[in-house]
Design a protein around this ligand. Structure first.
Ligand SMILES: Nc1ncnc2c1ncn2[C@@H]1O[C@H](COP(=O)(O)OP(=O)(O)O)[C@@H](O)[C@H]1O
Ligand SMILES: [Mg+2]
Length: 305
């Protein structure tokens, strides 16, 4: 299965949350591959604690591969190469967890026909080898998003299940922007249909993820005055109404990740040790990642595809 992680804005939590979902799926036994298609602003390696690939690698990344400069892009085995002690000793039964980084200072690029063909071939190969291929796309209707819409419309990928996760923060502007990215006149659905995707099928393969959602009931907020608490609840309810009106309501939201203090300070995977051992991260965040990882593969949470 291919999973495309997209967001209209940068800084939504797309990379950190999709990396945590990839990690949870690997712990559940899936062989998982994570592609950094955020060509202008790579962060995935930092989340997986791979210092040699932070900001991309010097040679052999996805940019070079898609531009035809080398046949196979470099793969980094996260279990073997991460500097994170917990990642270095994966649990028995875990599947593979592999990162394909971009090139250092590779930047955004417009992929022509050849890049699209190489991209489609890469997806076919990786899909045959891994249970889950997560593709972290640049923000907005980027070249990367256009390239994967074009690639997935190719006949060789028609039988490969593809799903889209659209990340947005829990504010008015983020909800409106996420709606535009999917349903707008230049949005993913319109852009997909132009490239030959079936509208209903593409529509059914898109779900939203609410990121860094504050919870007025959590003890974190316990120092709030009653007036602040009432205001937050009203705001939360209004945002829920807005999301529902714009087609981002509960049936279209795959899940929601609470505002997590650890992630406000550092882009990282939340391990069980962080929650149960060290107690630095919250149970709710761990549960949110586990729920998203389950629902990602559960057809009941997706439309007709
Ligand atoms: N649930 C969360 N709670 C608090 N901060 C978060 C949460 N998820 C992500 N973040 C933080 O938000 C920032 C942006 O996240 P990132 O994944 O880099 O966004 P994007 O890939 O959309 O640009 C990072 O500093 C990240 O650690
Ligand atoms: Mg990112």
């Amino acid at each position: 299965m291919l999973v495309f992680a997209a967001s209209d804005k940068g800084g939504t939590g797309r990379s950190v949350i999709s990396a945590n979902i990839a990690y949870r799926r690997a712990l559940a036994g899936d062989d998982v591959c994570y592609l950094d298609f955020d060509f202008g602003s790579p962060t995935a390696a930092a989340v997986f604690d791979l210092p040699q690939a932070v900001r991309g690698i010097s040679e052999g990344g996805l940019h070079s591969h898609l531009q035809g400069k080398l046949a196979e892009p470099v793969r980094l085995d996260i279990w073997a190469e991460s500097e994170h002690p917990v990642l270095r000793s994966p649990l028995v039964g875990s599947g593979a967890l592999v990162l394909l980084p971009g090139d250092r200072s590779g930047g955004e690029f417009a992929g022509g026909k050849d890049a699209v063909r190489r991209c489609a071939e890469l997806f076919v190969r990786l899909n045959g080898e891994f249970d889950l291929v997560v593709v972290d796309l640049s923000a907005g209707r980027s070249y990367a998003a256009d390239m994967v819409l074009e690639a997935t419309a190719q006949p060789e990928l028609s039988g490969v299940p593809s799903r889209w996760l659209i990340f947005h923060r829990w504010t008015r502007q983020h909800i409106v922007a996420a709606h535009g990215l999917v349903f707008g006149t230049r949005g993913i659905i319109a852009g997909g249909v132009v490239r030959g995707h079936d509208e209903d099928r593409l529509d059914g393969s898109i779900r939203f993820v609410r990121a860094a959602v504050p919870d007025p009931d959590l003890p974190l907020q316990s120092r709030m005055t009653p007036a602040q608490s009432v205001w937050m609840r009203t705001c939360d309810r209004d945002l829920g109404d807005l999301a529902a009106q714009l087609g981002l309501g509960f049936t279209r939201a795959l899940g929601s990740v609470p505002l997590e203090p650890v992630l406000q300070w550092r882009e990282q995977l939340i391990t069980d040790d962080d929650v149960l051992g060290g107690g630095i991260a919250t149970m709710e965040t761990r549960q949110a990642f586990m729920d998203l990882a389950d629902r990602l593969k559960d057809d009941a949470h997706w439309g007709r595809q």
